[in-house]
Design a protein around this ligand. Structure first.
Ligand code: ADP
Length: 261
């Protein structure tokens, strides 16, 4: 089925669009809950056990950091939570509705309406200005922010009409964050958002993520290799070999502007 057809079905509430669910959901409730998630990739004759039974929940207004060595399963988990990939077993609930029971069209609707993604590389369209890159998303969203407001939230109110090539790497990443959150998603998933940036620029990007989490209350999960970044989280989840090996609550979140590495 073509994506536009899926989206049209999704807007009509078929299959299982979550608008009704989110309308009833408490503002500070659990946004995501994962139970016993496993993921096995079959790679030729070898099975790779990327997730070996992960339980996790994430609430509105919460910011969690996922730490752990390369290959420990962090991206696999984020992709499943974001509906980009499916689990081998276990269940994921978004606002109480089961994501793992949805078909491809249901996952497309979930991603489109409720999830913002930020990756290490920005994937902006070079021939469009910052505001035009964000508008691509707001034009198809149900109740979006103004693109100008999304860019102002990430500190780029003065860069609306710049093209990506006229922006620094950190500024481009902040445009990508504005693009991810302009549809007002309940969930923001960031996979190594500062991985390609120096420390000073990375801090500006983290401040933008922090502002979104604070101002919009967006439940946020952020993958990083950098233990210093974990200080800005409410909760730090450490991964090893497909498991959560440690979960720690920070009594106080450190402001992103005070981080350095
Ligand atoms: P991390 O994000 O912690 O670096 P990943 O979730 O990317 O870890 O990977 C976990 C494990 O799953 C690794 O062994 C990786 O090689 C494997 N893996 C990830 N994606 C695939 C895939 N599409 N096909 C096969 N193996 C994969």
């Amino acid at each position: 089925m073509a994506t536009s057809e899926c989206d049209a079905r999704a807007r009509r509430g078929d299959p299982g669009l979550t608008t009704a669910v989110t309308a009833d959901a408490p503002a500070d409730g659990v946004v995501l809950r994962a139970e016993g998630l496993t993921k096995v990739y079959r790679s030729g004759a070898v099975d790779v056990h990327a997730l070996r039974g992960v339980d996790l929940s994430l609430s509105a207004r919460e910011l969690i950091v996922l730490l752990g060595p390369s290959g420990s399963g962090k991206s696999t988990l984020l992709n499943i939570l974001g509906g980009l990939d499916t689990a081998s077993s276990g269940r994921v609930f978004f606002r109480g509705t089961e994501l793992t029971a949805r078909d491809e069209a249901g996952l497309t609707a979930y991603r489109r309406h409720h999830v913002g993604f930020v990756f290490q590389f920005y994937n902006l369209i070079p021939s469009l200005t910052a505001v035009e890159n964000v508008s691509l998303v707001t034009e198809i969203a149900d109740s979006p922010m103004r693109p100008e407001d999304a860019l102002a939230l990430v500190g780029l109110g003065e860069r609306l009409h710049h093209f990506p090539a006229q922006l620094s790497g950190g500024e481009q990443q902040r445009v990508a964050i504005a693009r991810a959150i302009a549809k007002r998603p309940q969930l923001l998933l960031c996979d190594e958002p500062t991985g390609a940036l120096d420390s000073a620029t990375g801090v500006l990007v983290l401040e933008a993520i922090e502002a979104v989490n604070r101002e919009l209350g967006t439940a946020t999960a952020l993958i990083t290799h950098n233990a210093d970044i974990a200080l800005m989280a409410d909760r730090v989840i450490r991964f090893g070999n497909g498991h959560i090996v440690e979960e720690r609550i920070n009594e106080q979140r450190q402001p992103a502007r005070e981080l350095h590495w």
